[in-house]
Design a protein around this ligand. Structure first.
Ligand SMILES: *Cc1c(COP(=O)(O)O)cnc(C)c1O
Length: 341
């Protein structure tokens, strides 16, 4: 069937995002992270694996890119009134740091069950932490209500074109750092902001590069949305990979993902623990469970398809994990490796 108007509209949409990505002034605060070879993993898989080290950002995840790009573009009046968000994780740290850098007052609503460490992470960066509700949806509702009452701008962790464009700078860096053969980029997915931004940039310039989303099997909201063609709400989500524990993909994110994402894989918690060990073995650095999703996805992809000699990039998206959880991760990695062998 012919839809003569469609290709142009899609191209316009991509071009709109590419321009926003090119103009995003994230390097006031974020750093250009290395695209680093993983020699042991590459040898084991028979493919060249490169890690995009977003765990090396200030605040230890890529979220600082989107948060800063959103805040820096607010009007003077919006900046004066301040910003508000709901998050117990990496987005909270990103907003707090970006707000301090720009001299904007930030309020972060966190579920009352949030560990003290993360509450401190926010308040030590000068933001006001408000503890509210038993779980994330209650904190979110409260934040939206406060925003309406106070006139503060609500900053979504993923469902905002400026946030998506900020995260898209990761894709821009990958293409500049690796202008030669590149077969696929594996991207961890929570609400879909990171993959939407990366896909917009990469598919515009190098449409032959596959964009593969990787979700936890306990929070596969993008995979399900793509299957049925609309944004589903998951009845419950697992929180082992807390950075991606999202029940519904963002609307702006889905608009891009349905056009641009080639496939979505899901991985188990045991596969995540094994991938955390693989990353440690190659880099001597620790990632959080969400940060290891893409590497777990590459291992599954190679095992299923039997591809050899390809160049595969994994976004190593974050490193915020409490030290006392590492024992459990190491144990499960040992068990998981046994089970997979
Ligand atoms: C937020 C986050 C993700 C997922 O990003 P989305 O834009 O929500 O899809 C992945 N990994 C880490 C470490 C994160 O903090």
């Amino acid at each position: 069937m012919n839809h003569p108007a469609e290709p142009d509209t899609q191209l316009d949409l991509l071009e709109h995002y590419v321009k926003k990505i090119l103009a995003a002034p994230v390097y006031d605060l974020a750093v250009r992270t290395p695209l680093q070879p993983a020699p042991a993993l590459s040898a084991a898989l028979g493919n060249q694996v490169l890690l995009k080290r977003e765990d090396l950002q200030p605040t230890f995840s890529f979220k600082i890119r989107g948060a800063y790009n959103k805040l820096v573009q607010l009007s003077d009046e919006q900046k004066r009134r301040g910003v508000i968000t709901a998050s117990a994780g990496n987005h909270a740290q990103g907003v707090a740091l970006a707000a301090r850098e720009l001299g904007i007052k930030a309020t972060i609503v966190m579920p009352s069950t949030t560990p003290q460490l993360k509450v401190q992470g926010v308040s030590s960066r000068g933001a006001e932490a408000v503890l509210y509700g038993e779980s994330f949806p209650f904190a979110l509702a409260h934040a939206l209500q406060l925003a309406e009452r106070s006139g503060q701008t609500f900053v979504s962790p993923f469902d905002d074109p400026d946030v998506i464009a900020g995260q898209g700078t990761v894709g821009m860096e990958i293409l500049r750092q690796h202008p030669v053969r590149l077969d696929a980029i594996f991207v961890p997915v929570g609400g879909g902001g990171l993959i939407a931004g990366i896909a917009a940039y990469v598919k515009y310039l190098r449409p032959e590069v596959r964009i593969v989303g990787v979700e936890s099997e306990h929070s596969n909201c993008l995979q399900q949305a793509l299957q049925v063609g609309e944004r589903v709400v998951l009845p419950s989500v697992g929180t082992f990979a807390d950075g991606v524990a999202v029940a519904q993909v963002g609307a702006h994110c889905f608009e891009l993902c349905r056009l641009l994402v080639d496939e979505v894989l899901t991985v188990s918690n045991d596969e995540l623990c094994c991938a955390m060990k693989d990353i440690y073995d190659d880099t001597r650095s620790i990632t959080e469970p969400s940060g290891a999703l893409a590497v777990a996805g590459i291992k599954q992809y190679v095992a299923r398809r039997g591809v050899q000699g390809e160049t595969l990039v994994a976004i190593d998206s974050g490193a915020n994990i409490n030290f006392d959880r590492l024992g459990q991760v190491a144990e499960r990695a040992a068990l998981g490796a046994g089970a997979l062998a």
